[in-house]
Ligand binder design. Structure first.
Ligand SMILES: [Zn+2]
Length: 349
């Protein structure tokens, strides 16, 4: 078995993080995924909110499985055009202004024109402002400096930029020979890349899956409701593949697959968690069990919206999540391996 082909997964990951897709503006990246699946001759359909569902028919067509990963990311939107010609931002998703200070960004107008800029604190220049270091970074003093000759709001509007235009952050992706991957939006495009490679592998090996298996590429997870709908009624197990959270007291690392036992929504399904752990043990896959304190997933969102499903959450470990993210190819490989065995395993019925 030549699986997982991590190099191919990383190339796909690079392509995915390079397509801007803040929650609310995901059509381009969903189209990319759709074309990838079309080439594999996998049946897909879009839901009304813009997500994509791919289905691989299995032996048992009465009991289904669903796996999901989200392709939407953190981002921002133009809140206000300041008299100075700078843009005020409103954030999309949960993160702090500190984590985007100094970041290059792209503004997409409603007609599709694209402009670049830099996200800065208003009082950045130390030669002019005394409090440059200490000032709190917040919506009032953080702004976008456009790379255009603009001196006032009218100049900006003349470019076609308006309130409501989407702002995406430069991912600055680097895939290093040490095996580390540094990039924004590894949450959760690393998992999307893993799921797409898994589908490709199932097709390549012509594996007959034990159960009909759906793959939902969700597009509203960062705002809480990407995977809480369009779950076929036959679905028994629903597994979210999303990042494992790292930090003080966390067992998740950048090398293993993180199996979540509990997050802010409560414990995940006990039997499914034990099954996933056993699969990791049986197949010599490096794993960690962990609790994510300030975290919710598309699987918990699905439960909350009233779906009677067995829910689980696993994923690669991501350092400094929702900020300067990094993982290692080992974590991607271990997550891929666990999923490969999971989709071929017996269900908890
Ligand atoms: Zn995520």
């Amino acid at each position: 078995m030549t699986y997982p082909n991590t190099e191919e997964t990383l190339n796909l990951l690079r392509a995915l993080v390079s397509i801007p897709s803040p929650s609310g503006n995901t059509n381009e990246v969903i189209t990319y995924v759709e074309n990838f699946l079309k080439e594999l001759k996998v049946e897909t359909k879009r839901n009304r909110k813009g997500g994509l569902i791919a289905t691989l028919p299995g032996k048992d067509q009465q009991n289904h499985r669903m796996l999901t990963a989200h392709v939407d990311t953190l981002g921002a939107i133009v809140k206000e055009i300041k008299p100075s010609g700078r843009l005020k931002l409103d954030l999309i998703g949960g993160f702090n202004f500190n984590s985007i200070e100094g970041e290059y960004c792209e503004i997409e107008t409603s007609s599709g024109k694209k402009f670049t800029g830099t996200i800065l604190m208003h009082q950045t220049s130390v030669h002019v402002y005394k409090d440059a270091g200490k000032a709190e970074r917040n919506q009032d003093n953080m702004e976008v400096r456009l790379d255009e000759k603009v001196n006032n709001a009218n100049d900006v509007r003349a470019l076609g930029i308006e309130v409501g235009d989407f702002i995406s952050f430069d991912p600055r992706v680097q895939i290093l020979s040490s095996g580390f991957i540094k990039s924004r939006h590894l949450d959760d495009k690393a998992s999307v890349a893993i799921l797409l490679q898994l589908i490709k592998q199932v097709k390549k090996e012509a594996i007959e899956l034990p159960y009909t298996t759906h793959f939902l590429i969700s597009n509203n997870e960062e705002i809480g409701y990407g995977g809480n709908s369009n779950i076929p009624p036959e679905t028994v197990e629903y597994l979210a593949v999303d990042m494992g959270a790292m930090g003080d007291g966390q067992s998740t690392d950048e090398y293993t697959v993180s199996i979540c036992v509990k997050d802010a929504s409560g414990p995940y399904h006990y039997e499914l968690r034990k099954r996933l752990t056993q699969l990791a043990i049986d197949n010599q896959i490096g794993y960690k069990l962990d609790i994510y304190p300030y975290y919710g997933s598309d699987a918990s969102a699905a439960i909350r919206s009233g779906n009677d499903i067995i829910h689980g959450l696993i994923g690669p470990g991501i350092d400094s999540s929702h900020a300067f993210e990094r993982t290692h190819k080992d974590s991607i490989g271990n997550t891929a391996k666990l999923l490969y065995h999971y989709v071929q395993s017996e269900m908890i019925l």
